[in-house]
Every structure is written in structure tokens, then in C-alpha cells.
Design a protein around this ligand. Structure first.
Ligand code: ADP
Length: 399
């Protein structure tokens, strides 16, 4: 069965075509700068790379163009778009309604629409992706995989804020958490690497990318995670501030007369590593600058790794110890120095890094804990698309 995985953003569509059940990637590509004068379509299928610059007026023409690329030329991965039997959509916010992956029908579509208020930047483009895929690939089953779903098993003590309870009951103000597909993928993979059933394990997963979050996972269920109502809470990120005294917002509004939109931009786009360093949101660049003695880069990386360490301690307490700590995403997979700074001096908690293994583990799966240390430390490259393909295949096969 051929399964297409779609990640539809406000001005882009990213896609991967899988052959299931092997989960072989037949092609991956992207349509970018949709609606701008110079759009771009890129695709890689096996050895064949295609890159086109042309105006892409809207998402529908973008997806149609991708279908043309997938079906044209010698050795094309598809003979016709109809070969695609399922389309798996990444949907950011599923609220409390969606606790697992679902087949999309009109009622599901309406429910996703109802969650737009919770994710005003992300759910609308995800919805466009679903509508367009239904038009362009009417014979395929459409599947929604939610970033929030995996965390829906959190107990109320973890998801409630210390606010009047009516705000939860009437307005849905609570912690939802995100990156669920990534946390679930690396947890499943960690269990395979450890050779133990996921149901028996206590894991702490650290998704450290431009957006970053951590999760405490017990028996395959997320019992706490660092992001909240929105992805702004928790760790210090590329450009997001993470945890903050909420009174800072009132203070800035009063003393600087900043309107809500400017505050939103400040906390989401101008803070985090970028704001702290005054230089960059990219850890590679910050590590380079720090090596040259840049104090801003040093400061930013220190705050970043200290916050991860604090959450690690918190989640060890939440779980009552852990079998493994798992690092993933751009920074988690590729930065030995971040991992080392997070974990140094934690032997009393069972966490002992093997520095030689740590340095060698870049962009690949590895166990980087000292031989015989009680808590394993794993690097597991994330693959959200593969999990979306697997879920979509399972639901489409059962339907
Ligand atoms: P996103 O959240 O956008 O999916 P990624 O998971 O791709 O982000 O992570 C992007 C980040 O990963 C970059 O901002 C960069 O800081 C970091 N990164 C990528 N490669 C390296 C590397 N070799 N060393 C350190 N950091 C890296």
C-alpha cells in the first residue's frame, strides 16, 4: 500500500511517500512559498532530484504539482495518484477530543475546525491540507495524526494550571503538550533498542529542535510534558522563551505600553536562544561563537541546558526514576556538547555519560551511557513521518 504523509503549513506543504508495511520512503518533497511570486517545488525520489521555481498560487495547485512530479518520468514512484490509498495528515491541535489517530470524516473535520481557537496559527493550514487532499486524492482514506494526542493520558494533576477551575471546564484552559508524535516514536524505538516491552519502561524523552519539549513516559503513556496550552511553555527554545513568571507580561504591557500582538511576537519569536544571545537561534552557530569567546552565546547555551536539566530532575521525581533518557531532534541528535552539559554531575541520579560514545553519536542511534550505569542514555533520531505512515496504514487497512 502507498501512503502519502502531508504536513501542510501556512505557505508550504511537506510530503513523503511511503510503501507500507515496510515503511520504505519512495519520495520526499516540499512545495514552498505558496502564494508568493516565486514558489519552489523540490522532490527527491531515489537518486532523482527535481527542483522547480514557479508561482504556486495556492495549496491545491501545490499538491497537484507534487502529484505530477510523483507520477512523471522514468522510474516514477507512482504510476497514478490513485495508487495512494491513504493520506496521513499532521494536525497540531486535537484538544481533548482526539486521544489517538483517526480516520477523517465530515464530523472529524468539523471538530478539528472547532479547535482552531486553541491553535490559530497551525490548525487552519492543517485543515487546508486535508481539504485539498480530499479534492486531489478523493479515493484515498484521509487520516489525522495529532501532535497533542499522545499527551492526552496525562493525569489532571499534570495538565491543570493553578487557575479557577471554571477556566478549564468552560474554556479548555489546560496543558495539552505537543510533539506527541515524536515523543511516541522515540519511546517506541527506545524500547526496541533496550530489548524490553514499552509497557514496562519509565522514559524521559527530550525533543530538542528549534521547538523543544520533554516528556515523562510511563508504560508507553505520556504522564507529563513541558509544553502547555500552546508550545510556548517549558524549555527555552530557538526563539520561544519557555517558562516565565506570567506577571512579566502585565509588567511589560504596563511599563512599555506593548500591545498583545507585540508581546506575542516578543515571547514567541524574539526570545529563547536568539533573544538571550542577541545573535542566533541556531545551536551550531552558538557553539561556534562560544568557542570564539562570545559571552552572549555562552549565556544562551547555559540557560538552555540548565532548563533541560531542571526538567530532567523534575521528571525523574515524577516517574520515581527512569530506565532511560532519550535525546532526539536537531539538537538532541547532533549536539554532544548540549547532551554533556545537561548530564554532567548527575551520577548520583544514575545518569553517567560515556563521553567518547557521546562525541561519536551524531545523527544516529546510540546508547551513550557508561557501561553498567543504571540509567541508559539514548540518542534516537526522530521520524514523525514514519509513525504517521504507520498509523495511517493501520487505520486504512482496518477500514
Ligand atoms: P524543527 O523544530 O524546526 O524541526 P530541528 O529538529 O530540525 O528543528 O532542529 C533544528 C535545530 O537543530 C537547529 O536550529 C540547530 O540549532 C540544531 N542543529 C542541527 N544540527 C546541529 C548540529 N550538528 N549541532 C548542533 N545543533 C544542531
Amino acid at each position: 500500500m502507498k501512503v502519502l504523509v502531508l504536513n501542510s503549513g501556512s505557505s508550504s506543504i511537506k510530503y513523503q511517500l511511503f510503501a507500507m508495511p515496510e515503511a520504505t520512503v519512495l519520495a520526499r518533497g516540499s512545495v514552498e512559498r505558496i502564494g508568493e511570486p516565486r514558489g519552489e517545488v523540490k522532490q527527491r525520489a531515489g537518486e532523482r532530484e527535481t527542483r522547480l521555481e514557479e508561482p504556486i498560487p495556492d495549496h491545491e495547485s501545490g499538491l497537484r504539482r507534487a502529484m505530477q512530479l510523483l507520477t512523471s518520468g522514468e522510474g516514477a514512484p507512482l504510476s497514478a495518484p490513485d495508487e495512494i490509498e491513504a493520506v496521513g495528515h499532521r494536525v497540531v491541535h486535537g484538544g481533548e477530543r482526539f486521544t489517538e489517530t483517526v480516520l477523517i470524516d465530515d464530523e472529524v473535520l468539523a471538530a478539528i475546525e472547532e479547535h482552531v481557537a486553541l491553535a490559530p496559527l497551525h490548525n487552519p493550514p492543517n485543515l487546508i491540507g486535508i481539504r485539498v487532499a480530499r479534492e486531489v486524492l478523493p479515493r484515498a482514506r484521509q487520516v489525522a495524526v495529532f501532535d497533542t494526542a499522545f499527551h492526552q493520558g496525562m493525569p489532571p494533576r499534570a495538565y491543570l494550571y493553578g487557575l479557577p477551575h471554571a477556566l478549564y471546564e468552560e474554556d479548555g484552559i489546560r496543558r495539552y503538550g505537543f510533539h506527541g508524535t515524536s515523543h511516541r516514536y522515540v519511546a517506541t524505538r527506545a524500547a526496541e533498542l533496550l530489548g524490553r516491552p514499552l509497557e514496562e519502561l519509565k522514559l524521559i524523552t527530550c525533543h530538542l529542535g528549534n521547538g523543544s519539549s520533554m516528556a515523562a513516559i510511563e508504560g508507553g503513556r505520556s504522564v507529563d510534558t513541558s509544553m502547555g496550552l500552546t508550545p510556548l511553555e517549558g524549555l527555552v527554545m530557538g526563539t520561544r522563551c519557555g517558562d516565565l513568571d506570567p506577571a512579566i507580561v502585565f509588567h511589560l504591557a504596563r511599563t512599555k505600553d506593548l500591545p498583545i500582538d507585540a508581546l506575542d511576537r516578543l515571547l514567541n519569536k524574539e526570545s529563547g536562544l536568539r533573544g538571550l544571545s542577541g545573535a542566533s537561534n541556531d545551536v551550531r552557530e552558538l557553539e561556534r561563537l562560544r568557542a570564539g569567546g562570545d559571552p552572549g552565546a555562552r549565556r544562551a547555551l547555559e540557560v538552555f541546558t540548565y532548563r533541560i536539566r531542571k526538567y530532567l530532575g523534575a521528571y525523574l521525581a515524577v516517574l520515581g526514576g527512569a530506565d532511560a533518557v532519550v535525546f532526539t531532534a536537531g539538537i538532541g541528535e547532533n549536539s554532544p556538547s548540549v547532551r554533556s552539559e545537561v548530564l554532567t554531575g548527575l551520577a548520583a541520579l544514575g545518569l553517567e555519560l560515556d563521553e567518547a560514545r557521546n562525541r561519536e553519536a551524531v545523527g544516529r542511534e546510540a546508547d551513550i551511557a557508561r557501561e553498567g550505569a543504571p540509567v541508559r542514555i539514548l540518542v534516537v533520531p526522530t521520524d514523525e513521518e514514519k509513525l504517521i505512515a504507520r498509523d495511517s496504514f493501520a487505520l486504512a487497512s482496518a477500514a
